[in-house]
Structures are given as C-alpha cells and as structure tokens.
Design a protein around this ligand. Structure first.
Ligand SMILES: [Zn+2]
Length: 400
C-alpha cells in the first residue's frame, strides 16, 4: 500500500528528473558540442545523473550525438547537439500591415516561412486568414514528420500580464482581444503550447534565447515599424521579459516627446509615434495605407521633403534610443523593424545622436553596442517560436 509520503517522494524524483533534463537541454542549447562530462561540470550535476538524462533525451529525439571530443573530465566523450530534425515550433506575427509565419527547429533555424500583406481588418477575419496560412505552412514537405511543440503569436500592442488578452493595438483599433480564442477553433489539430505576447517582447526574447556563445546579460529590442515599441529581456538560462503591472513596460512609442504636440492613435498628444513611426511618416508624405511604405519611399529618397521628414524622424528615434539607454541600461540594444530598411536618411541622425550623447553621464569608456537588423521580417515570429520552446523546456509538463 502506498503512503502519502511515498507518493510525495515519487513525485519529487519525477520533478528532479525533469529539472535535470531541462538543465541538460539548456546547457547544450547554449553551447552546442558539449560532452556529458562538460555538462556535469557546468550544470553541477553528477556524471550518473547527466548520463541518465542524456540517454533519455537521445531516446526522445531532443539531442543527437556528434563527433568524439576531448572533455574536461579527461576521457574523450561524444559531442552533444540539439536534434534539429524531429521537432518544430510555430511562430506568428500579426503586424498592422501583414502576417508573418515561421516554423523553427530547436536551434532557431527557420525551416519554413511565409509573409503576406494584409490591410488592417477585424480580429476575427485576421484569425481566419492566419489559420488558413498556418494550415498551408504545416503541410509543407519541410515540416513532414516533425512533431509540433506549439504556437506563439506576437501582436502589436500590450498584453495583460498573466492573461492572454491583447489590451489595445492602437494602430489596428483592436481592444481587449483574446486572439488565441479566435484562432483555436480553426486549428483543432494543433497541439502543444499556445502563447501570445507583444511583438517587441517576443522579438527581444528570441534575440537572447536563440543566441549561442557569448550571451548578453540583458538586451533591449526596439521594433520600429508602423508603430514603435521595445522589449527588455534579462538573464541567461531563463530569460525574463520585463512587463510592468499592466503590460505597458517598453511602450516607448507612447512616451511623450512633445507635450501638446500632434494627436497620437492612443489619444494622447505628442507621443514619440507622432514623430517617428511608419504611420506618422505615411501621414507626413501622403502615402496610402494600401502601399508598402518602404517600397514607396526608397525611390523617393533624393526628394528634399522626404529627406527632411526622415531626418526629423531619425532625430526622434535617436532621442528614444538615448532615453532607453538611461532608463533601462541594457548590455545591448538591437534595432529592427521595417523602418530600418529606409537606411541612412533615417538611421544616420538617430545613431549620431545616440552615440554622441550616450556617455555624457559616465564618460566615454563604455559604449553600449547597438546592432541593426537589416531584415527583421521574421524576428518577432521567430521570437514567439522561441517562447514556445522555453515554455516546453522550462514548463511543468513532461518533455514529449
Ligand atoms: Zn500615443
């Protein structure tokens, strides 16, 4: 007869095994090619524990063995890598002007992707369209035979902390939308984790989670597209996204740069988005909602009016970057989004302002790296896929 005590002990053992397997997976994810002895040293586990955990992860197709390697334990051991052939995570970004879909392998490689323009419409129509595109993506030969770990959806607005509700997407006019509830009935066969997050937060998470080798302590991703948002992520093994009590942390597009200035889509006046955003540049240069902003502007970059508009927007972007540096002081800032494709007329004034002012407080010794992503089309979608993987590895359920 089993006692409560025995049940508890059995539960603990099971829990410990799961924790150990998560620790092993996180070690191999961050440093591909580790041997069992290396993992034991890094994760501070016994060799027997690592041996049993690795065996089980090989059988479950999470890991694969590679070449023989010298290890810190003396005897050569097999290099271990993530098995990139067996699982896939789906990631989606619902943008103001389009849908972006990716399927990623465990190491973050994009196995398949799809991008299509979509004019702003209702959440219901968007969910239906997205479900069709996801169904098509899942039947591609690249995904044949793979087990899906789940889907992450990135949306252009703040998400309520602890609740899968999009509070407001000012540039879509959506308010209090449970988007996953609209999507799920169209995809009853899609198992695994279902997650939703703000697009800049998903992007920030993916930028730190899929990185190998040197990993920054913290990272801010700035998403400069139709609107402007940012996401702060801190920590190595279990990166944490800063959300704030209402999910508003990082909503830099609605920090005010000009009190009493132009009206923003959020209803306030003088928000940063009234000075630098896809929608304010469209309004200044009379570019229609149905046109692709970057494609419409690239042939016009020589025009004085275009150059003046982008220069003003670039200076405002520089102010935002500098304010982020002082407000959050991340180890690295990553700038992505469609506006980056407008190139030097927008970026030069932004980067010049940021670089020339970032060290006034602390002298010139420490320049914070700022990395530009030229093509950020799938960055948020890939980040949403990263969040699915993290939730499976670190979550309460057994690894499949
Ligand atoms: Zn605003």
């Amino acid at each position: 007869m089993s006692t409560n005590f025995q049940q508890h002990r059995a539960g603990d053992l099971h829990f410990l095994k799961r924790l150990n397997r998560s620790a092993i997976l996180e070690s191999v994810r961050r440093s591909p090619g580790l041997t069992r002895a290396d993992i034991a040293t890094q994760a501070q586990l016994t060799k027997a524990t690592v041996g049993a955990g690795v065996q089980s992860l090989l059988q479950l197709n999470w890991l694969r063995e590679g070449e023989l390697q010298k290890s810190s334990g003396g005897r050569p051991g097999r290099a271990l890598h993530l098995n990139d052939q067996h699982f896939a995570m789906l990631g989606v970004e619902v943008g103001v002007h389009g849908l972006r879909l990716v399927a990623c392998s465990l190491s973050g490689e994009q196995i398949a992707s799809h991008h299509e323009p979509l004019a702003p419409t209702t959440p219901e129509i968007t969910a239906k369209r997205l479900a069709k595109r996801l169904q098509a993506l899942m039947t591609l030969p690249e995904l044949a035979g793979r087990r899906c770990l789940g889907i992450g959806v990135a949306l252009p607005g703040p998400i309520a902390p602890g609740e899968p509700v999009l509070r407001l997407a000012p540039n879509l006019g959506w308010r209090d939308v449970r988007f996953l509830d609209l999507l799920r009935p169209h995809l009853p066969q899609l198992e695994g984790a279902w997650l939703v997050d703000n697009e800049a937060k998903s992007a920030a998470f993916g930028e730190i989670y899929f990185r190998t080798g040197h990993i920054p302590d913290s990272l801010v991703y700035v998403s400069a597209g139709t609107g402007i948002g940012s996401g702060l992520v801190e920590g190595h093994h279990r990166p944490l996204v800063t959300r704030g009590i209402q999910g508003l942390a990082g909503e830099i597009g609605h920090t005010v740069l000009q009190p009493g200035g132009l009206y923003c889509h959020c209803g306030n006046r003088g928000c940063a988005e009234t000075l630098v955003s896809g929608w304010s540049i469209r309004a200044s240069l009379s570019i229609g909602e149905d046109e692709n902003l970057v494609e419409a502007l690239l042939p016009r970059l020589h025009e004085d009016e275009v150059r003046r508009t982008l220069h003003r927007a670039g200076e405002a972007l520089g102010v935002l970057l500098l304010n982020l540096h002082h407000a959050q002081n991340p180890s690295e800032i990553v700038l992505g989004g469609s506006l980056v494709q407008l190139g030097s007329p927008l970026l030069d004034p932004a980067l010049a302002y940021f670089k020339s002012n970032q060290n006034r407080l602390l002298g010139t010794s420490q320049q914070i790296p700022l990395r530009l992503i030229d093509d950020a089309t799938f960055i948020a979608a890939r980040g949403a896929a990263a969040q699915v993987l993290a939730s499976v590895i670190q979550g309460p359920n057994d690894l499949l």
